[in-house]
Design a protein. Structure first.
Length: 445
């Protein structure tokens, strides 16, 4: 949300009329029902105004897909943009009608079934207790609030495998290739944590029953970081019917930002190609005061640093022969697979192999593969996947889950859509990635 606008918290008390599509701006349209909340918009800029200008002015522009950047704005913000000559057309509503789940009342779910950070933690503990031979649970570090003694959370990671001696060690001596699934680093991208939750359940309940999954657990370490930004998820879930659009962590040390605009973008905070020019403290892509300034980044990067061998040369050198493992970081939205590099339009040294593997996964979830800043139309320095590929050579991908809008799209898809379409679409791609992790640069399965 634009930082000069009324904070979202102030708006949530207003009844939001959930409308369907209202395509195209038209001065002749009858007055819409009162709807002070945010919606998704496509936009066309007048000559002399760039997307970067609007981002600098605090507008929330999200790059779901290269050709279709999406504006998330309130009607007041839309009026301001129209005054500047921007042509703005509503493409969809941020919020979908909610069918409340009984677990919502207990605080373990929100928005009809999505799990809160506490819900994930209960789940992680429960599956670890129920499947001790398959699951090892790690506390890999603290959230920003926990590091500051303000409550907060541990960042949790699970290693799922049929454990034998040496498996799931916090070093790179393990013999089984690793797939790491990393979710909800951007708190408002709520389908991503839920995919991790279902993935965990699928793996632990299928061992010994499903031959393919049994074989995967016998031969792979399947690591999951279900919630990389739990403080942010607390904010998102604080309004269970109309989740808050919090993207970043809650580091408000460089204060003065309204609700949902504070924090550091953890996906611009890695120690690879970190770039101070990514934004001001209230911007959605604020990279922090320095690379790895945030405890959440330290936790995730610290884990990956331990479990993957450091065999790659410099930025422009290809991955070492025999590199194993795959890293998937889940985001929303755009129905895309993005392969490194994100920080530059220059092709990654392993571009052809990264695209080939990406296309195999894309054939299963229906997503096209784009590479790098050149491929997606914007540059993103300091991302988690660039860091892991750039320093370790592990094939690393961003999945942009879900369409740009509609009841199954955007940041907050209806939970029924999650169960009926979003999760079923990703499941085969994740299983494929687990298989391919054995020789991701070799002959692909
Ligand atoms: Zn994201």
């Amino acid at each position: 949300m634009r930082r000069l606008a009324v904070s979202l918290a102030g708006l949530t008390a207003v009844a939001i009329a959930v409308s369907g599509f209202a395509p195209g701006p038209s001065a002749a349209e009858p007055p819409a029902p009162v709807d002070a909340g945010p919606s998704y918009y496509s936009f066309k800029l007048p000559v002399g105004v760039t997307v970067a200008d609007l981002v600098r002015d605090g507008y929330d522009i999200t790059h779901g897909h290269a050709s279709r950047p999406t504006l998330v704005a309130t009607p007041a913000e839309v009026d301001q943009l129209r005054d500047r000559g921007v042509v703005v057309g509503k493409t969809g509503s941020v919020y979908q009608p909610v069918v409340r789940a009984t677990s919502d009342a207990a605080g373990t779910t929100y928005y009809g079934g999505y799990h809160t950070a506490a819900g994930h933690e209960q789940h992680n503990a429960a599956v670890t207790a129920a499947h001790p031979a398959l699951v090892k649970l790690y506390d890999i570090g603290d959230s920003w609030k926990k590091a500051k003694g303000q409550g907060g959370h541990d960042i949790q990671a699970l290693c799922i495998t049929k454990r034998t001696t040496g498996d799931c060690a916090l070093d790179s001596t393990g013999q089984k290739p690793k797939l790491v699934l990393h979710s909800q680093i951007h708190a408002r991208e709520i389908a991503t944590g839920e995919i991790a939750y279902r993935w965990i359940d699928l793996l632990v309940t299928s061992y010994g029953k499903d031959p393919e999954i049994t074989s995967l657990l016998d031969t792979r370490e399947l690591w999951v970081i279900p919630i990389a930004n739990p403080d942010g998820v607390d904010v998102v879930a604080s309004n269970p019917d109309e989740p808050v659009l919090q993207r970043k962590n809650l580091d408000n040390a460089r204060g003065g930002c309204p609700v949902s605009d504070a924090g550091v973008d953890l996906n611009r905070n890695s120690s690879f190609q970190w770039n101070v020019r990514e934004g001001e403290p209230c911007d959605e892509t604020y990279p922090g005061t320095m690379a790895m300034s945030e405890p959440e980044t330290v936790a995730v990067q610290g884990l990956l640093d331990k479990i993957f061998r450091d065999t790659k040369g410099g930025v422009t050198e290809p991955a070492a022969a025999g590199t194993t493992g795959i890293f998937l970081t889940l985001h929303s939205f755009g129905n895309d697979i993005l392969a490194p590099y994100a920080y530059t339009g220059t092709a990654a040294p392993d571009r052809a192999a990264l695209v080939a593997l990406g296309k195999k996964m894309g054939a299963l979830n229906g997503y096209p593969v784009s590479t790098g800043g050149g491929g997606v139309g914007y540059l993103a320095p300091g991302t988690t996947d660039d860091w892991l590929y750039g320093t370790r050579g592990v094939p690393s991908y961003t999945f942009e889950i879900g369409p740009d809008s509609g009841s199954c799209g955007g940041f907050f898809p209806a939970y029924s859509c999650f169960s009926n379409t979003l999760w079923p679409a990703q499941k085969p791609a994740l299983l494929y990635a687990a298989r391919a992790a054995g020789a991701p640069y070799g002959k692909l399965p």
